[in-house]
Design a protein around this ligand. Structure first.
Ligand code: UDP
Length: 328
């Protein structure tokens, strides 16, 4: 099979590309390297240095099909930045996706897998776990931009028959178990890599945002899914969308509080994480956990890495071996 992967130099895209290559498929990666890393592109993938804003370049690449599926990860994805620059986020993520979707329908792509997000559910606190059919109410322009793309894909199906899977990820974490890839966001805003770097003394003490949420220990609860499990889910859904489109929540189903994540980093490393309380971060819902029963029932997929220490341990190993991330 031959797949086009946008954003394949980023954290999740590179892990999915690696999984496809490991399974013996041909992979072409499109990335503008604005936040991705050239060194994250798995060997064996063909790389096209293209910006999705450039509709002519996108058109030329998509025309070089046939593609068994297009997997779309490329996006700007900082929730906080999207609150500061809402129209930049809305414009960038929707325009780039529309350029891609337009080209895909023009050249007869039949299957499209979209990297969506639990940020679609960030606008109101609700009872966890969140089912696949929960009311969408994005908590940020970032979440809204992803929802817009989901809606565009609905029309690509109705008008052109291009089937899609919209995968709403909860908190992607960890790294390739065999150590080939890792997580290197710049700036880094995610709890697990920040806690690891604070423990390693490579950052100032971690700031823990908020202590008075309505949770057992007062800190937010999130659902961490190992990036290899996410990658497996993509392979599962490609077979699923031959004749219908689907939307699935992708998580582990279990929630860990921010304090429990710090404890996990301390258990796995045997060292303490320096941290201090800080004010709540705008837009953080208190609890986000996934009900992933629909993808499980319909494809058989379920997360294999259920243990938070294994997830944290894989992230820690890569960081220890790559103190400067992909700059090493
Ligand atoms: N968090 C924190 N300090 C940080 C980064 C994150 O306390 O420096 C908290 C954040 O407020 C949230 C949780 O960790 O409650 C997970 O945040 P992350 O950015 O990793 O993922 P999100 O759930 O926002 O997608």
């Amino acid at each position: 099979m031959r797949y086009l992967v946008t954003g394949g130099a980023g954290f999740i895209g590179s892990h999915v590309a690696l999984t496809l290559l490991d399974a013996g498929h041909d992979v072409v990666i499109l990335d503008n390297l604005s936040t991705g890393h050239r060194k994250a592109i798995p060997s064996g993938a063909q790389f096209e240095h293209i910006d999705l804003v450039d509709s002519s370049a996108v058109d030329r690449l998509v025309a070089q099909g046939p593609w068994d599926a297009v997997l779309h990860f490329a996006a700007i994805s900082l929730v906080g930045a999207s609150m500061a620059e809402p129209y930049h986020y809305l414009r960038q993520n929707t325009l780039t996706s529309l350029n891609l979707i337009d080209a895909c329908t023009k050249y007869g792509v039949k299957r499209f897998v979209f990297s969506s997000t639990a940020a679609l559910f960030g606008g109101v606190d609700r009872l966890p776990p969140i089912p696949d059919n929960a009311l969408v109410d994005p908590g940020s322009p970032y979440g809204e931009s992803k929802f817009f793309v989901e809606r565009a894909l609905l029309w690509a199906d109705r008008i052109h028959g291009m089937k899609h899977a919209c995968l709403r990820y909860f908190n992607a974490a960890g790294s390739d178990i065999s150590g080939r890839l890792g997580e290197d966001h710049r700036p880094e805003t995610h709890l697990i890599p920040l806690a690891i770097d604070a423990m390693l003394g490579r950052r100032p003490p971690l700031k823990l945002f908020g202590h008075d949420y309505p949770t057992p220990d007062g800190t937010c609860i999130r659902d961490y899914i190992h990036v290899a499990d996410l990658a497996d889910a993509h392979i599962s859904v490609i077979d699923q969308i031959c004749d219908r489109s689907v939307t699935y929540n992708l998580g582990n189903g279990k929630g860990y509080s921010n304090l429990e994540i710090i404890q996990s980093v301390e258990r796995v490393s045997g060292r303490s994480v320096p941290w201090e309380w800080a004010a709540r971060r705008e837009g953080d819902p208190s609890v986000l956990t996934a009900d992933f029963s629909r993808i499980h029932q319909e494809t058989g997929w379920q997360p294999k890495i259920n243990d938070i220490d294994t997830i944290v341990g894989s992230a820690l190993r890569w960081r220890e071996n790559h103190p400067n991330g992909y700059s090493d």
